[in-house]
Design a protein. Sequence first.
Length: 247
Amino acid sequence: MLVPSIKHQIERKNEEFTVKSFNEYIRDSYIGLFSDIVDDSDKFSKYIKYIEKLVRRSFEYKYYIFTLKNDFDLTKCKFFRNIDIDETNVGLEFHHYPFTLYDIVFIVINDKLEELKSNYGNYETLYSQIFDPFYIANEVVELHFKNIIGLVPLTLTVHELVHTGQIFIPLNKDYVFGDYKAFIKKYNCNVGTYMDKIRVLNDLTKDIEEGKSEFDLSKLTINKTKIEMVDATIPEKVELLDEVSVS
């Protein structure tokens, strides 16, 4: 990534986590370092969000989005397919789905932590990866370029409706770009409720495809509201008197 690599200790006290250089890993105990971030949910969450920022702000990620629009012609919202951003001023955003970018970063880190438990002999290398935000961010960006991250192009308004749960996105190739199933095979996603979420999304998608449930797009329908002024009276015309000069 075109961002500074970490070779020395970087303290971010305002974000409540510290990234340490490799030599400091050796000086710290396994338990102490592990619990410093991973066992503190608040610190771990802020660490993941920091990596999210690195990904989104990197030159590589911006180039990736540029490539999607120009080389893969992903220039239309999946819900308003007649609107092309090249012909209008409508903005287009890419929604990570079925895993959010936060989920992806968490899964990548957790996968390395699980590997650490079963491969303690390689703990020096794994530690230097897990606690190097630039390393994790670089890996996440590479996953995008390998096309194993699910993305859905959406207009700003639709994107907001999706995030508030008012619109459901079917989990199929007609809506999702990227082989998210390859991501599931590559990383251990059997953590938390991620796989339960995938099963639920697949079931909902199957019901819609088989006509067992309605694909509700009512939130995207423009409803006109007519306001009737029942007790309104027409204002009477006021005759203005001739101007009088006052000395």
